[in-house]
Design a protein around this ligand. Structure first.
Ligand code: SAH
Length: 381
């Protein structure tokens, strides 16, 4: 299932005090119940249930903290499996409560996860990464400047959510996941599918399927595959322009997939699933923010079951774009509403910690400069 190359042995995680390298252990979150039974043939089923509950349900930070288990079993688990496939390197916290986590995988790959306070109530949303870096190279996205390091495994995707949940006091527990962190989820479809399955499984992630959203740059084959997934998850498509010419300057993929093809895939998805699609539209000053372009957009999505989410551009060092004035974005939204298209403006959160849409770079310089709060440093020096 996983596509990354995992080294045979990796150095012990920073949380262990052993000096010798430790043999690579698969992460427990990626182990099916039958595989767990194979690993522990002499343990009774209720013990496996306790392990699952300890990993997915509680706030234990390691096998040694799953206290219902006898000590010998905790030690055995620790020798056989990794409690998590990722370890936190740093956390930054913004004034608005947004938290950006920098994670490190067993092979040293780093990537980011953002936890967002909700607009209403107290539950939070976790914005997770499906890849380290991204190959799509959208011109207005910081992650796009990195290129792709590799796909994240199912465990690395699910463990982002589990880690954030364990770190959240009850009232701030996450109840939504959006695949809007680093990477293009539909370029890593097999692992994202397995991760979604785990996230919506009542015994594992326990999320409502409608509280999980996959956001895609617009790969038609991937959208088609989503119509066959059995869960009622949400789909967001990154549109950003209602004309092929402008879209091609923003999203390199658009040179190969035109809007007619993308709209056909989206409409087929709406028909097959009877669900509403969200279109994301990053507002870029003097590029795609004119009222006439709102009219074109309304025409493009005419008759569809959809919603348009306008995202004011979030700047990052080296970016050439600017956000429009707030009034320009409101006029754009009002034009869509006047033409019968449901539209909202996404509130910007986590900008000052470079944790907003399109700002994720897992970049050392950015981390050092902007870090407001630090957990364990990535490299002790
Ligand atoms: N690869 C997925 C997820 C990307 S992140 C996709 O393309 O949908 C989620 C959204 O943030 C996307 O719509 C993306 O285009 C948008 N985005 C990227 N960079 C941005 C930036 N600098 N400012 C505002 N939105 C941005």
């Amino acid at each position: 299932m996983t596509t990354e190359a995992v080294p045979e042995t990796v150095t012990a995680e920073s949380s262990t005090d052993e000096d010798s390298p430790r043999t690579y252990r698969p992460a427990v979150s990626a182990i099916s119940d039958s595989a767990l039974a194979d690993l522990l043939p002499d343990e009774l089923r209720y013990r496996r249930d306790q392990i699952r509950r300890g990993v997915f349900g509680g706030d234990a930070q390691g096998f040694d903290q799953i206290t219902p288990l006898p000590r010998r079993l905790r030690e055995r688990l620790d020798a056989t499996l990794a409690f998590s496939s990722i370890s936190p390197a740093r956390v930054r916290i913004a004034d608005d409560g947004t938290r950006a986590f920098l994670f490190q995988a067993a092979d040293g790959t780093i990537f980011e996860t953002v936890q967002l306070p909700s607009e209403r109530g107290s539950a939070t949303t976790v914005c997770i990464s499906s890849q380290a870096g991204c190959a799509m190279a959208c011109t207005f996205c910081a992650t796009g400047t990195l290129g792709l390091t590799r796909n994240l495994s199912m465990a690395e995707i699910v463990d982002q959510f589990l880690h954030v949940r364990r770190e959240s006091p009850g009232s701030a527990a996450p109840d939504r996941v959006v695949f809007m962190g680093m990477g293009e989820p539909l370029a890593n479809t097999a692992n994202v599918r397995d991760a979604v399955e785990a996230l919506v499984d009542p015994g594992r992630g326990g999320l409502g399927a409608r509280h999980v959203t996959v956001s895609t740059v617009g790969l038609p084959a991937g959208i088609e595959e989503l119509t066959r997934w059995p869960w009622q998850i949400g789909l967001a498509i990154s549109l950003h322009a209602a004309s092929d010419d402008i879209r091609a300057t923003l999203v390199p993929l658009a040179k190969h997939v035109n809007l007619a093809t993308l709209m056909a895939a989206s409409v087929a998805y709406q028909r097959a699933t009877r669900r509403r699609v969200s279109y994301e539209y990053t507002m870029l000053r003097d590029v795609n923010d004119q009222v006439a372009q709102a009219r074109d957009l309304a025409r493009l999505v005419d008759g569809q079951t959809c919603h348009v989410n306008l995202i004011p551009f979030n700047p990052f060092p080296g970016s050439v774009y600017e956000a429009p004035a707030a009034g320009t974005t409101r006029r754009f939204r009002d034009e869509l509403l006047r033409r019968g298209v449901a539209a909202t403006i996404r509130r910007t959160r986590g900008r000052e910690i470079a944790g907003a849409c399109g700002q994720l770079r897992a970049d050392g310089a950015v981390w050092r400069r902007r870090s407001q709060s630090m957990a364990t440093p990535l490299h002790a020096s």
